[in-house]
Each structure stands twice: as structure tokens, then as C-alpha cells.
Design a protein around this ligand. Structure first.
Ligand code: SF4
Length: 375
């Protein structure tokens, strides 16, 4: 496929994941299982023969979900529940949920009452660095795996799980490489186009997405580096899936040159290490992850990691996108703001809901940020 075809494929899947899931199921004769954001156990779903489909909610008014949630819950959980209630997830045979906040715990219980698709809860321990936490999480992963296998009808062998881990590590590596290579082609990778590559990965078979992104990188490496004159930012937050915001950034000649966004690069930073007990290795990956408001960390390494990325990618500032009512990220923000201020890093702060935002306020902030950076 040529470059424009590869990008079109990403755009199509990102905009219509249901179509992709239906076609994948018809082609393979296998089942699809949802993984509720932020970090679902994709490897154990894949090893059990199913397509892992990551759920971050979507562009829908959560009218029915508000019968279960008060209105001050984040739009990831409210719109995911709404999509479940209205049947948008009917292609999924089950969903797996766990990690990392009270909203998600409530989501599991509400889903059980409101939606017929079975939900498998898998508790991610908050105090991740303890050996006891790794042992506990290993048990949780095994239990979740057994319940997933009961649904797919496929008994996961060690070979299946090793294959899934290897594939996911290869995919993580290629996504990290893509994020670096894309910086040299900011004429092509506007915030929207870049986002489509990351978003399509949430739904596509990892083997297929791996080949797609490899081809994309090959195409890009054959092109000359583009000398971008606009504003370069590092984005941070849980999710930046608001088409209008991405478009506004583009219209103001602002490019994303790196990110630690949970829906984008954060999920690819850390590999599952090698070892004998494969479930324990997946638990160890959770223990090894760093630098997100969702990952308990008294040292708040997120700030240092962002400043390092800012320097390495020659960025002009930080784009902090706070998902409304995400308490965990709200608690992190004042600490991050202080770190950015001390480092004298320009910061663009936007508050959004999953796919909606206050457009007028965002437009004003984006323009003011651009003027402040002076490009
Ligand atoms: S966005 Fe925040 S509050 Fe919502 S599910 Fe994720 S971690 Fe929880």
C-alpha cells in the first residue's frame, strides 16, 4: 500500500471500528472482547483467540447512563456505559475491566445491571512496586484469563501467551518508532492524522496493525525530512479524541511531536519482560510502567519524563489536556503545573470531555498559547 492508502486505512478504522470488528470476525470466525480503558490485558485476550478491542467510550450523549452514574463522572465511563446500553458494543462477546479509579469500579457494577454483555473484572493493584502486588495481580490475570477462555472456547497454552506477548512487544516497539519518525514529517502528521494512527491501533488485530505501521515507517523514511516552522508541543493526559480541538491545533500550525497520552504513546512505552511465568511477566509490566497520573508514584516521575521528552523532541511547550471529572488527572495537574512553571516551559491547558469540548474557550487558549510561544 502507498502512504495515502495506509493513512486512509487508519482513518477508516479509527472512524468506524465496528465495521472493522464485524469484518475481522467474519474473516477469522473468532470472537471480539472489549477491554475497558486505560490499560486492558490485551495479551491474555489475544492469547485466548479473541480480538482485543479497547473501549474509551465515544461521541454520544450519556442520557441513559446518567440513570446509573451521577453527572460528575468522566465521559470515558459514562459514554462507554451508554454505548453498552444502546447496543453499540453488540459485536463484543464480553468486556474486561479493572484499573485504576473509583469511576471504573462503579462502571463494572453499573454495567452488570444495565448491559447484557458479560463483564470480567480484573483488579489492578495500586501500589504496583511491591512483590505482593505482582503476585496478587498475577492471580487476577489468571482468573480473568480463565473466564475469557470460557467465553472464547479456546484453551490458552503457554505457547499462545508467549506468542501474544512477543507480538504485543513488537507492536509497542513499532509504535514507539512511529512516534519518532512522524516528527520528521509534520507536513503529513497533523494532530488529526497522527491521532488516527494511534486510535486505529485500539481496534485492529495487532499483527495487522504492526505490518501497517511498519509499511508506514518505510514510506516515511524514503521521504526527505520536512522543515516544520510552526509550534511543536508534547501532549499529555488521558485521551485527546476531540476532532475540533485537533483541527484547531492544525489551523494554528501547532504540531504534536511527542506525547504521554494514555490512549496514545503511554500504552507502548513499557514492554512485557521475558520470564518463565508469563502471567507474572504481564503483572511485572504493570509494575514497571512509569509516568502517568494513573500509575501510583510518589516521586511524580511524569513531570521529569515530560521535560526530557520536551528537550529530546525540541518542543516549544506542553499541551495538557484534562478530561473533565477525571479525579486522578485533576489531582496531578497542580503538581505538573508547578514543574512546568519552575522549568519555564510554556503550557497550553485544555479541559475536554471525551469527544466534546468548550470550543470557544479552547480556541482562545490555543491562539493565546501560540502568541506566547511567538511562532
Ligand atoms: S478518565 Fe480518569 S476517571 Fe475516567 S476512567 Fe479513566 S482514570 Fe477513571
Amino acid at each position: 500500500m502507498k502512504l495515502h492508502e495506509l493513512l486512509k486505512r487508519c482513518e477508516d478504522v479509527a472512524n468506524n471500528p465496528n465495521k472493522y470488528v464485524i469484518e475481522w470476525k467474519a474473516k477469522t470466525g473468532r470472537k471480539a472482547i472489549g477491554g475497558v480503558a486505560p490499560f486492558p490485558p490485551d495479551e491474555i485476550i489475544y492469547a485466548a483467540g479473541a480480538l482485543p478491542v479497547t473501549m474509551f467510550g465515544g461521541a454520544v450523549a450519556p442520557t441513559d447512563a446518567y440513570k446509573y452514574f451521577p453527572q460528575f463522572y468522566c465521559s470515558v465511563v459514562t459514554t462507554s456505559l451508554q454505548l453498552g446500553i444502546q447496543g453499540s458494543y453488540r459485536e463484543l462477546s464480553a468486556v474486561v475491566a479493572g484499573c485504576c479509579c473509583d469511576g471504573l469500579k462503579d462502571f463494572v457494577e453499573n454495567w452488570k445491571s444495565a448491559v447484557e454483555i458479560p463483564i470480567i473484572d480484573c483488579i489492578y493493584p495500586a501500589n504496583r512496586k511491591l512483590e505482593a502486588a505482582r503476585v496478587y495481580f498475577t492471580k487476577e490475570l489468571r482468573q480473568a484469563s480463565e473466564r475469557i477462555q470460557a467465553i472464547t472456547g479456546h484453551k490458552t497454552t503457554d505457547l499462545d501467551l508467549q506468542h501474544a506477548i512477543t507480538l504485543h512487544n513488537e507492536h509497542r516497539a513499532v509504535m514507539r518508532e512511529f512516534a519518532e519518525v512522524a516528527v520528521d514529517h509534520l507536513d503529513i502528521f497533523t494532530p488529526t492524522v497522527r491521532h488516527n494512527v494511534f486510535k486505529s491501533a485500539l481496534f485492529m488485530d495487532k499483527a495487522e496493525h504492526l505490518e501497517l505501521v511498519r509499511s508506514l515507517i518505510d514510506e516515511l523514511k524514503a521521504r526527505p525530512v520536512y522543515d516544520f516552522k510552526g509550534v511543536r508541543v508534547i501532549s499529555t493526559g488521558i485521551i485527546i479524541d476531540v476532532p475540533d480541538i485537533l483541527k484547531m491545533l492544525e489551523e494554528n500550525n501547532i504540531a504534536i511531536v511527542g506525547d504521554d497520552v494514555v490512549q496514545e504513546s503511554k500504552r507502548y512505552e513499557t514492554d512485557t519482560p521475558n520470564g518463565i511465568d508469563l502471567y507474572y511477566q504481564i503483572a511485572t509490566r504493570w509494575s514497571n510502567m512509569e509516568g502517568s497520573s494513573l500509575l501510583f508514584d510518589v516521586e511524580k516521575k511524569r513531570g521529569t519524563m515530560l521535560l526530557d521528552m520536551l528537550k529530546n523532541r525540541k518542543a516549544d511547550g506542553i499541551l495538557y489536556v484534562l478530561l473533565k471529572f477525571c479525579e486522578i488527572d485533576e489531582f496531578d495537574y497542580p503538581i505538573m503545573k508547578q514543574i512546568f512553571r519552575e522549568a519555564q516551559v510554556p503550557e497550553l491547558f485544555l479541559e475536554t470531555e471525551n469527544v466534546y469540548s468548550n470550543d470557544q474557550q479552547a480556541a482562545t487558549r490555543i491562539q493565546a498559547f501560540k502568541e506566547m510561544v511567538g511562532k
